[in-house]
Design a protein around this ligand. Structure first.
Ligand code: AHR
Length: 503
């Protein structure tokens, strides 16, 4: 067995965690919307056609914010197509994913669905094939109380109260060749600035997210942020980041160390924002919105080679396993570690294709393996992130040198009634880890529980027939002796150690 130490102190405060880092992303993609969250005729469908089995599962994920409608989809989207009487909505070709979009589900349905799953909407505007005019009209349609053509149109559609959408994305991945309406950073920065101005003139309470590079590996990463931000720094509030990791064809050491690269990506994006801030002598600090992240197996989900226009996507969904728990869990911890600057995070996506929840058309819905670390983080990772002083063995991989076998973050609840330690034993050698804890700074701590996800088979998955193959188990959390103690973290495991502080 290997050994590691972890020392914590209340004063090792990193920053309060913004709960919105535990957000989600619902795109018109795959079977996310149609037969995912929306399926009139499904045995659990409510009067609006929303699957209530899915609503119950999404509520368990406790997502405070939900991005919509894309993604690549938004870069060709006409929001007007998705409002008003459903029978008159146009069917259109969706060039992003090669399907036929019926528009049966649109902005107003999404707003209602958000209320049902207890989340706040975050809408993206189309800056691919459209521009400032349509974007400001959508803000007016959604947020203006009434007395204008567009706000009265919303009211006539059945939504009297304004939607009060606060958070908006200025397009999606505008640097990507796969995007409808790809731009240079200068073109995009100018367009984003003019769009931002108009949107904020319609509603000054809104906050805007600028597209960063679509990934750290993009050839123009850095240059893109610098040039685009030069054009719009004062009119935007967040910079977006996107990242997906694959399993490196079974190279476990590389796969499990990727979340540390995500941390470097965040640090680089912060440096870029602050460099622009300095160059402009601005007083404003930009925050980050990590609004697409997950494990994604490109073999299943490559961009469409052929556009065949089916109405319900035939694209297969990624089925996640135990190894993915370690990486998705690691990515969540990376977001928490960067709480000072990352204020929004959206796992991509929520239902089907690449998601914690899978559904059968007309049938069952179940939790994938990655559902569980997300559920733990979103429900128990609320409070202030603490800096962890760690000593642990290290390992090298093709993508990273000297990664720690222990990835950990601690969170102190706002009322200081609970200390929660998230800890991943990601030792690729598959050894258990004896973790010695020094928690003396917290006074008397009562062990509450040790939630653990581990499975002898790293390829174990949850399926419709066996949905509980990989689930959390509760283990005994040994008592502390004057604030010191030890816990064994099983091989390749996700762990949540919960303590209660003395009243
Ligand atoms: O989340 C799936 C897709 O990945 C999104 O549509 C796009 O923004 C990204 O490339």
């Amino acid at each position: 067995m290997k050994a590691a130490t972890l020392t914590l102190d209340r004063d090792f405060s990193l920053a309060p965690i913004d709960p919105r880092v535990y957000g989600g992303f619902a795109e018109h993609l795959g079977r996310h919307i149609y037969t995912g969250i929306y399926e009139p005729g499904h045995p659990t469908a409510d009067a609006q056609g929303f699957r209530q089995d899915v609503i119950a599962l999404v509520r368990e994920l406790a997502m405070p914010i939900m991005r919509y409608p894309g993604g690549n989809f938004v870069s060709g989207y006409h929001w007007e197509d998705g409002v008003g009487p459903q029978e008159t909505r146009p069917r259109r070709l969706d060039l992003a994913w090669g399907v036929t979009e019926t528009n049966a589900f649109g902005t107003n349905e999404f707003i209602d669905w958000c209320q049902k799953v207890n989340t706040e909407p975050m809408l993206a505007v189309n800056l691919g094939t459209r521009g400032p005019d349509q974007a400001r009209q959508l803000v007016e349609y959604c947020n203006h109380p009434g007395g204008t053509q567009l706000s009265e149109l919303r009211i006539s559609h059945g939504w009297r109260a304004p939607h009060a959408v606060k958070t908006w994305c200025l397009g999606n991945e505008m640097d990507g060749f796969w995007q409808m309406g790809t731009k240079t950073p200068y073109e995009y920065g100018r367009l984003a600035n003019e769009t931002a101005k108009l949107m904020k003139w319609v509603d000054s309470r809104i906050e805007l997210i600028l597209c960063g590079s679509s990934g750290r590996g993009m050839p123009d990463f850095g240059k893109w942020e610098w040039e685009a931000l030069q054009e719009c720094y004062e009119n935007v509030d967040y910079l977006s980041l996107h990242t997906y990791y694959d399993d490196h064809n079974g190279d476990l050491a590389s796969f499990v160390s990727e979340p540390d690269n995500m941390g470097d990506f965040i640090d680089e994006a912060i440096a870029l924002c602050d460099a622009v801030k300095a160059s402009k002598k601005s007083k404003k600090t930009l925050h980050l919105s990590f609004d697409e992240w997950n494990v994604w197996f490109p073999k299943n989900n490559a961009l469409p080679q052929k556009r065949t226009w089916p109405e319900v996507s035939e694209r297969p969904s990624d089925v996640y396993d135990m190894a993915d728990v370690l990486v998705v869990g690691g990515m969540l911890l990376t977001l928490m570690e960067h709480a000072e600057r990352v204020k929004i995070g959206c796992i991509a996506q929520v239902v089907n294709l690449l998601a914690p929840i899978l559904t059968e058309p007309g049938g069952r819905a179940w939790r994938q393996t990655i559902f569980w670390p997300f559920h733990h983080a979103a429900t128990l990772g609320r409070g202030t992130a603490l800096r962890c002083a760690v000593n642990a063995p290290r390992f090298d991989s093709k993508v990273r040198e000297q990664a720690s076998v222990l990835k950990t973050v601690a969170v102190l609840a706002d009322d200081e009634s609970a200390l929660t330690i998230f800890a991943i034993n990601r030792d690729p050698a598959g050894d258990p880890l004896e973790l010695s804890l020094d928690l003396r700074a917290f006074g008397t701590l009562a062990p509450h529980e040790h939630l653990c996800i581990a499975h002898p088979n790293l390829n174990a998955e949850n399926t419709a027939d066996a949905p509980e193959t990989v689930v959390p188990h509760t283990r005994a959390l040994p008592p502390l002796d004057h604030g010191k103690g030890a816990v064994t973290l099983p091989p390749l495991s996700w762990n949540v150690l919960r303590y209660r502080t003395a009243p």
